[in-house]
Design a protein around this ligand. Structure first.
Ligand SMILES: [Zn+2]
Length: 585
């Protein structure tokens, strides 16, 4: 018996030794349980507008535009994290080697959701889920080892390079021989870029001699991302070729933007975009928004939106606009400006979004450059298939009902949110812009627009004012304490705290549910708008810092309790992963 047992054990050992060792997942990859926590709270939104009305030329152009979009996507990921692309490549290989088990498959989904290797956790922290370095405030736009303090000191000592270092479309590098050589080689590879930037090569060479890494220099996006810019250029020129017959103005815009990518100057593209009359398609394309730069709020990140116009809704909207100057003149600040009355605004179905533009953003107004804005105006793009997506509307209602007292449960209506969103974008047209507020500029500008929207619709006595006002409060509800690098959430929290202070909202001490005193609405909005316009007009950064410090209080008894209610109501819809039918998804 003893012998038999021994044989049995020996046989077992032999069998297990013959099996290959289970493939190992290296350190630093999140476990399946950890990624599941987030994916369980993620809903997939699929956008699938009907493209059958597009003529074959435009269908062909779309294919090229999607290729340009893929470049924008890649650049966005690279801009946000130095190891994004390599980290994803390793994950993909690992996933393939292991036969795509849940663990690595989930991580690929997370990469898609967060557009890079850094996740936002359930408690709103930023954490790598792949074996890469943690996120830095400067993302991949400044040297990873440079602190704000070090760059500030350098800029103080060298005011002559301030403009180029903080340019919205340049990458900041340490002046080392290796970096300079890399950029010199890049320029030597592309005669067209050398022709476009005639003095740059000489300048880079002149810096090489004394380079020891203590100084910084800026290199334009065109040169920093030369390969990708050339690729994007080629696809855009091909798209324009297809568009010539059916939409010549759009073709012109696409060609201009293609050249902008090589010149690093967006003026021609912006001018032909904003003032263009396009037929069916519209395209937001390039690096515009600075939200991802948490170091200086200066660098713009690449993105692209390919949009299909809703002709009827656009016509109706244009008719409803008007009397903008009267609203500008009524704003509570002194130096009123002239505003153009015919703002280019359109209602669109999203066909596909890439990079910075990807997600469930409901509307945009661009460009941001004050000079181009003054010369050509700005275009407003409302994304209808996101604003009215049943999944998103339903989640918004659930959160609202969990956060407010029963008496207000029916106050919110999607049409109120559409109007508030539209006027938020118009709000960017009005008042000062406050770009001198540095890292507070984005949040202040967004808060201004929120408040101008409520102010204007109130002044017009809009027939859906109650739903608009409810939407204004819904906007301020947070599911977690905002990080200081989240401009939207931060300014929403400021509004929330201001509204509490002015008695517009009051929280039940036990449940944290809100009651709303709508009579206080006009005063709460006007008083905060007055403060915000004052900050923007003065450009006083120290005052902005103090204001932000004072109004971003977060308490466990009220804010956290309410956030918990909201998180519970959000359930599986806290994160949204967007897929696009046009991309075969
Ligand atoms: Zn905005």
């Amino acid at each position: 018996m003893k012998k038999l047992l021994f044989l049995f054990i020996a046989a077992t050992i032999t069998v297990s030794a013959q099996q290959p060792a289970p493939p190992e997942v290296p350190e630093g990859y999140w476990t399946e349980a950890k990624s599941k926590e987030i994916l369980d709270k993620t809903v997939t939104i699929r956008l699938a507008p009907d493209l059958s009305s597009l003529p074959p030329e435009e269908q062909a152009a779309l294919k090229e535009l999607f290729e340009a979009g893929a470049v924008m996507q890649k650049l966005y990921e690279l801009q946000r994290h130095p190891e994004a692309l390599t980290g994803f490549e390793k994950l993909r290989n690992l996933d393939a080697r292991l036969g795509s088990p849940a663990r690595t498959k989930n991580l690929r989904t997370l990469y898609r959701l967060f557009q890079g290797p850094i996740a936002t956790t359930l408690d709103n922290k930023r954490e790598p889920f792949l074996p890469v370095a943690p996120a830095t405030p400067g993302r991949n736009m400044y040297p990873v080892d440079a602190t704000r303090d070090e760059i500030d000191k350098f800029l103080t000592a060298h005011p002559e390079v301030r403009e180029s270092i903080l340019d919205p479309r340049s990458v900041v590098r340490r002046e080392t021989k290796a970096n300079l050589s890399l950029d010199i080689n890049g320029l030597q590879l592309y005669p067209i870029l050398r022709a476009m930037h005639p003095y740059y090569l000489e300048w880079l060479r002149s810096r090489q001699l004394g380079a020891n890494g203590t100084a910084f220099y800026a290199i334009p996006y065109t040169l920093a991302y030369a390969d990708d810019m050339i690729t994007a250029y080629n696809h855009l020129v091909a798209a324009a070729q297809s568009l010539d017959q059916t939409d010549p103005e759009l073709a012109r815009y696409v060609r201009n933007r293609a050249r902008d990518f090589l010149s690093n100057d967006y003026e021609s593209g912006d001018a032909s975009w904003v003032t263009g009359h396009f037929n069916r398609l519209n395209i937001q394309l390039g690096a515009y928004e600075t939200y991802d730069d948490a170091l200086y709020g200066a660098k713009t990140f690449h993105g692209m939106s390919i949009l299909l116009k809703n002709e009827k809704a656009t016509e109706e909207l244009r008719k409803a606009l008007g009397g903008l100057q009267a609203i500008e003149d009524a704003l509570p600040y002194a130096d009123h400006k002239r505003v153009r009355e015919d703002i280019p605004v359109g209602v669109y179905e999203v066909i596909a979004d890439f990079g910075q533009a990807r997600g469930t953003n409901t509307a945009t107004i661009l460009p941001n450059d004050p000079l181009f804005t003054r010369r050509y105006g700005r275009t407003i793009l409302l994304r209808e298939n996101i604003m009215k997506h049943p999944e998103i509307v339903g989640a918004t209602q659930r959160v609202w009902q969990a956060a407010v007292a029963d008496a207000h449960a029916k106050d919110l209506d999607p049409e109120g949110s559409v109007q508030r969103t539209l006027w938020h974008e118009i709000g960017h047209y009005l008042g000062p812009n406050g770009s001198a507020l540095g890292e507070y500029a984005d949040a202040t500008e967004e808060m201004k627009s929120d408040l101008v929207s409520l102010f204007a619709l109130q002044k017009m006595n809009h027939p859906q004012l109650r739903a608009i006002q409810a939407s204004g409060i819904r906007r301020t509800l947070q599911n977690a304490k905002p990080r200081s690098d989240q401009p939207y959430n931060t300014m929403q929290l400021i509004q929330f705290n201001w509204f509490l202070d002015k008695g517009l909202i009051a929280a039940d001490p036990k449940t944290a549910r809100l009651t709303i005193n709508y009579d206080r609405y006009p005063d709460a909005v006007t008083s905060l708008l007055t403060e915000v316009l004052k900050l923007q007009s003065s450009g006083n950064k120290a005052a902005a810092a103090e204001f932000f410090q004072r109004w971003t209080t977060w308490t466990p008894t009220l804010h956290e309790k309410l956030a918990q209610r909201i998180r519970d109501a959000e359930g599986a819809t806290r994160f949204r992963l967007v897929r696009y039918a046009a991309l075969g998804e």
